[in-house]
Structures are given as C-alpha cells and as structure tokens.
Design a protein around this ligand. Structure first.
Ligand code: NI
Length: 246
C-alpha cells in the first residue's frame, strides 16, 4: 500500500490494523560512467514498493535527496547538508507519528546517509527521553542490498568487483526497472580503486576520477537486476517483520 496513492480514510483504516510503515531513502548523485543519478533512491523505492505489494504494509513517499556532499564534484549531484537531512527525517517521522504510526523502517540505498539518519533517529529519541509529550516511536534503517539473499547473489555475480560505490549490483537493479535507460561506457581501470576514505567533493573526485569506488559495473545486467530484486524483497520482508517484533 502506497501512502501517496491512499486517501486519508484508507490511512485511518490501515492504522486500526497496523502501525508500521516503510520509508525509502536514497540520494541524487553520480553513479559512475554507466550508473543513473537517481540509482540510490530509485533502487530503494523499487524494493520498498515490492515489499509493500508483497505484504500490504504502508510505503511512504521516497526521500530522494540524501547526504551526498562528497559527490558534488560531479555534474547532476545534489545534497542535503547533514543538519537539513536530520530535520527532514525528524519532521516526516513525527508527522506520521502524530496519526499513530509507531514503527518506521527505512530502506536505504546510500551509504552516505547512515551517520546522518542515525543522528536523526537519536534526535527523535532524545526528545522523548527528555520528556516530549508524545508516544515513543521506533526507527530502523537497512540497506536494500544488505540481506542474506541479495548479498549472496552479489557475491556470486561479482565477487570483489561489486565495490562500494556505483556497485555492479545497484546498477543491475536499475537496469531491471529502467531498461530504457541502460547506458554503455568504457571504464578504465576495469575495477575502480578501493576506498581508503575521502573528505570533501574535490578530494573525492581526485581519488575516484570517474566516480566509482572499487566496482566494475560493466558486469551489470537487467537479468542480474531481476534476481537481485526478488532476493532483496524477500530479505526486506523478513527484516521488516523482525523489526515489528523487536
Ligand atoms: Ni549508490
């Protein structure tokens, strides 16, 4: 069930039966020579909608923009400052909590969001702990690609060449749901340099000139993407249910 396609009466009905919802979150940032700028938020959204279709849970509209300051050296990338993203996450969670949602399961597509969104969750908990007059909520964030089935497939398809940014797996998933936007590009070296860390945008670009980190997304295919999708939906159904029971 998608929040954006429901009426307020339908949301009230839903809340009489269950109190959980899924929030897809990603980024708007470069994904190497053949990856789409929207990869992170589109991947997270596609998997989240798959979970919603599979078990009928509520899927909120995607938080498309994320914390991507390190990608701003590449055309098309856009970021929220960490302080902005904390407020966005807080305001969305507390708005939905006002109506009775209690469990917020964020399906994430972007590593750069982790520290900031974790800080946002702590801001929300801190308000309750410090005495805010509202029922407590519980939040958790998980990468769509981090479950056992999807991880095993990525390992089987790409081994060490999956990488950590513009990964072969995330590009494959986007090729499955957007076959009309598949790009072909020469990449050199074939496997991008691995990360020892980075700082601001110019530093990132000097270390990773074509945007990739540790990956060979020339191995990507829509057929892999379809298998990764099915695996990720199963993984996230399991993870969401475990979160509801926690
Ligand atoms: Ni990504």
């Amino acid at each position: 069930m998608q929040l954006a396609l429901a009426t307020w009466h339908e949301v009230e009905d839903y809340l009489r039966r269950q109190r959980g919802c899924i929030v897809p979150i990603g980024s708007v940032e470069q994904h190497g020579p053949n990856g789409l700028i929207g990869t992170d938020h589109l991947d997270a959204e596609f998997v989240a909608k798959g979970v919603g279709d599979s078990i009928g849970c509520m899927v909120a509209p995607t938080l498309a923009y994320g914390m991507s300051q390190h990608h701003l050296g590449f055309a098309g990338s856009a970021t929220l400052r960490p302080s902005t993203l904390i407020l966005v996450v807080r305001d969305v969670v507390l708005s939905l909590a006002r109506h009775g949602f209690e469990r917020f399961f964020f399906i994430n597509g972007h590593g750069g969001n982790v520290a900031t969104v974790t800080a946002a969750f702590d801001e929300i908990y801190a308000e309750t702990s410090l005495g805010a007059d509202r029922p407590p909520v519980k939040c958790r964030m998980t990468f769509w690609s981090s479950g056992p089935r999807a991880k095993q497939l990525a390992e089987q398809f790409y081994g060490d060449s999956n990488g950590s940014h513009a990964t072969a797996a995330e590009v494959s998933l986007s090729q499955f749901y957007q076959p009309g936007a598949i790009k072909h590009a020469q990449m050199s070296p074939k496997v991008a340099p691995k990360s020892g860390g980075f700082f601001e945008a110019a530093d990132y670009r000097s270390r990773f000139p074509d945007g990739r980190i540790g990956s060979d997304p020339s191995l990507s295919s829509p057929e892999h993407g379809e298998q990764l999708y099915r695996a990720a939906v199963e993984d996230m159904v399991e993870a969401y249910r475990a979160f509801l029971d926690y």
